[in-house]
Design a protein around this ligand. Structure first.
Ligand code: GLU
Length: 414
């Protein structure tokens, strides 16, 4: 997918839902613009002694509802436009789930697979030095995203703390438990997604017991989606990563697949499985397809061949607008990203609350509160979809925009 497509997709949704809600042009203009964007050059000393300059971005899309929130992505295919689109999705996501947070996103153009641990640490610290003026616990709070994890968050928090001259644990979320992290944060995106899948299955009469699942992507979200599946009665029959996919009709052991991937660099070659391509995986005859990788995986080229009864978007922006139109015409059950994958930012919000209180909640409390929020958001989106006679995606956008626009009006911004 061209990067600009994600931004075009976000803008197309703004226009469509703006029309449904009868929003005036000024409001639409604000919704189409990001509030603040920062591009930084990050000189990093590489292990060979040479300096390499990386490009990084932080986009704060909207802070109408509160401090901005969103992950930082380390990936070679980044640019300001893709980060802007992802920041907008964070703003809608936080609004839809009624969080007192705005939306942001960060990105660094790099290939983390080619960096040593030391280089990764120096890059993470350089990024924080680059964006230090616009972040902080009450301004903008970075978190993990594609190819960033709790170790990267620890370096970032440590760098910010050094700059401020005091420990500022609340400057990032997704930290390890012993440094102010929250129980349940690692699995949160996947778990939140499963709660939505469970609600949708009840609604459409899909039996989850022994339901066949395919997961596209085996990073943090993909792995945890697979790991949590048996807890919801489901069977993972296929998974993939950037190198290809594997299938086993008897079902896969997610933990064993993870070990195989960390040893061999891919899920491919896992004993007792057949190798398939990423495209094959998306078109398998399964009950639920979980795209959990990068944006733009489902396009007008493959949407018509997708057989899954439910497409649960655990990734951000996996479906292009053209593919979405095809799904809309077919009446396929699509659980949109901003509804489905908000578990991560919701538990990040819980982490912020715990940091402000200097407290740590039990994992069972985190799960219960996350469950309650996902069920509520699902119900709200379902009702809006009936009221406006639109797809779940349009309904999710409508709910998010209503909240954002009401807040902007109350603040006198529009
Ligand atoms: N990166 C996650 C997302 O896309 C989580 C962001 C956060 O926790 O702030 O929703």
């Amino acid at each position: 997918m061209r990067d600009s497509n994600l931004l075009e997709m976000v803008q197309a949704h703004i226009a469509k839902c703006g029309c449904d809600l009868g929003l005036d042009d000024n409001v639409l203009e604000i919704l189409c613009s990001s509030a603040r964007e920062l591009a930084v050059s990050l000189p990093v000393r590489m292990d060979n002694g040479k300096l390499k300059v990386f490009q990084g971005f932080r986009v704060q899309y909207s802070d109408a509802l509160g401090p901005t929130k969103g992950g930082v992505r380390f990936h070679p295919d980044q640019n300001l436009e893709s980060v802007r689109a992802l920041a907008a999705l964070m703003a809608w996501k936080c609004a839809l789930h009624d969080l007192p947070l705005g939306g942001a996103k960060g990105g660094v153009i790099c290939n983390p697979k080619e960096l040593s641990k030391g280089e990764l640490e120096r890059l993470s610290r350089a990024y924080i030095r680059g964006i230090r003026d616009i972040i902080g616990p009450h301004k903008d709070i970075p978190a993990p995203d594609v190819s960033t994890n709790s170790q990267v968050m620890t370096w970032m928090m440590d760098e910010y703390s050094k700059i401020m001259g005091e420990n500022v644990f609340g400057s990032v979320t997704g930290k390890p438990l012993f440094l102010g992290g929250s129980a349940g944060r690692e699995e949160a995106t996947a778990l939140g997604g499963w709660f939505v899948v469970r609600e949708a299955a009840k609604e459409i009469g899909l039996e989850l017991n022994e339901a066949k699942i395919a997961v596209q992507g085996y990073g943090n979200v993909g792995y945890h989606s697979a790991k949590l599946a048996p807890g919801f009665g489901c069977k993972i029959i296929a998974v993939s990563d950037s190198k290809g996919g594997i299938i086993s009709e008897v079902g896969l052991d997610p933990e064993a697949v993870r070990k195989h991937k960390s040893k061999n660099g891919s899920v491919v070659g896992f004993p007792g499985t057949k190798t398939i391509s990423n495209e094959d995986l998306l078109e398998l005859d399964v009950d639920i397809l979980i795209p959990a990788a990068l944006e733009g995986a489902i396009t007008d080229n493959n949407a018509g061949r997708i057989k899954a009864k439910v497409v649960a978007e655990f990734a951000n922006g996996p479906t292009t607008p053209e593919a979405d139109d095809i799904f809309g015409k077919e009446g396929r059950h699509v659980l949109p990203d901003i509804l489905c994958n908000a578990g991560g930012v919701i538990v990040s919000y819980f982490e912020m609350v715990q940091n402000f209180d200097m407290w740590q909640w039990d994992e069972s409390d985190v799960r219960k509160l996350l469950d309650k929020r996902m069920v509520k958001a699902y119900g709200t989106v379902m009702s809006a979809s009936r009221e406006y006679k639109v797809t779940m995606r349009q309904a999710a956008y409508i709910v998010a925009f209503k909240r954002l626009v009401e807040t902007m009006k109350a603040r006198g911004w529009v």
